[in-house]
Write a protein that binds this ligand. Structure first.
Ligand code: EPU
Length: 342
């Protein structure tokens, strides 16, 4: 089966067998051992890079149950629901929770594996329970978010539980009480500008999930490639977290390069410092760099794109390696990929 339309990078690769699950009740019936091995479970295909044809089975959970609103603040969504459909729905219903996560590509199931995040909010902040088929115990389980080991773009589903659970649904917790998160990067400023265009400013009345969603969509459209036009898998690398001592060395290098008063962008994370990988990639001169059909996206260099539509996995991998090597040499940091290579 051709997977080109199943991965947002647009890699022209095949798998031996593609299985789609549309009902929870399909899972107990499925004999995993009889499928071509290995079995890979995918969501919307928006956070992965196929490095070639896949020799086994690709399984997609396409359960797209989206219950009608019943006035409760909890919502159980099928793993195959498009995550942004959930964001759009919540904002339209004036419910707080996922508005900062607007326009992130991918599906609900993957959001709980990857702990997707943007603009100061992560999926774990609104996930209550993850519902899954446990392949080991052969039963359905409900896993509270607190047990999922959530961290920056990670969870137990990616580490010690890898391959064990097939997520069928996720219950999210929403709120009628305003919970605006405006303090990440340029969100507040962009919201102010947006409201000013309507002749108003930030107030209890104007601050709605819908206004924030509109603002986030505006920011993302400016910086990130339009998935309908240019293939990519979003941020290709994670932002590294380093010690304060290491950060001081980076500041020294940056001031040699850019002048004495230069400020390196960073965020404090406990005792450590998170440095935007996008900044390092830019400093290494990679903005817009091309290799074959792959390119470092000029507006947000954390994103590698399939610029020609004809990039092959080797182009993306070679560009990845070139970036990693140069950043290692210059800053002594090894970037880790956010995108999963399969
Ligand atoms: N920056 C530069 N040069 C650039 C671009 C950015 O120096 O060309 C610096 C700026 O200082 C900027 C900082 O990098 O303030 C951070 O940039 P941005 O706010 O765009 O976010 P990011 O850290 O690069 C992360 C997520 C994105 C998410 C944004 C917004 C990761 C790996 N990526 O990127 O998530 O949308 O924050 O919250 O954590 C994704 O996961 O696919 C994704 C797009």
């Amino acid at each position: 089966m051709d997977l080109s339309s199943r991965n947002t990078f647009g890699m022209k690769v095949h798998c031996r067998l593609f299985v789609e699950i549309t009902e929870e009740s399909d899972l107990p019936e499925l004999d995993f051992d009889s499928l071509p091995q290995p079995v890979f479970v995918m969501g919307g295909g928006s956070n992965l890079l196929f490095t070639g044809d896949f020799p086994g089975t690709v399984l997609h959970v396409a359960i797209d149950s989206f219950p009608a609103a019943d006035g409760s603040r909890k919502l159980r969504l099928g793993a195959g629901v498009v995550f942004d459909d959930f964001c759009a729905w919540a904002s339209a219903e004036d419910l707080w929770g996922p508005e900062n996560l607007s326009l992130i590509p991918g599906e609900v199931g993957a959001s709980a594996v990857q702990n997707i995040g943007a603009y100061g909010v992560e999926a774990k902040d609104i996930i209550e329970t993850v519902h899954a088929w446990d392949r080991q115990e052969r039963r359905f389980v409900d896993i509270p978010a607190a047990d999922c080991g959530y961290g920056y773009r990670t969870s137990r589903f990616k580490t010690e539980w890898k391959g064990r659970f097939i997520i069928t649904a996720v219950t999210f917790r929403l709120s009628r009480t305003p919970r605006p998160k405006l303090d990440y990067g340029g969100v507040r400023k962009a919201l102010e500008a947006r409201l000013a265009a309507f002749g108003t400013e930030i107030s209890d009345d104007s601050l709605t999930p819908r206004a924030i969603r509109g603002t986030i969509i505006g920011i993302r459209r400016q910086k990130l490639p339009d998935p309908d036009e240019i293939g990519s898998a979003g941020s290709f690398f994670k932002n590294p977290v380093i010690s304060k001592e290491h950060f001081e060395k980076i500041v020294a290098t940056a001031r040699q390069d850019n002048g004495p008063g230069y400020e390196v962008p960073h965020y404090e994370v406990g005792d450590e410092i998170k440095v935007p990988a996008a900044w390092m990639i830019e400093q290494c001169g990679f903005k817009g760099e091309r290799l074959g059909g792959a390119q470092v996206y000029p507006q947000q260099p954390l994103v590698l794109v399939n610029a020609t539509g004809r990039a092959v996995p080797e182009d993306v991998l070679a560009l990845r390696d070139r970036i990693i090597r140069k950043i290692e040499r210059k800053y002594g940091i090894t970037l880790h990929c956010e995108v999963e290579t399969v």
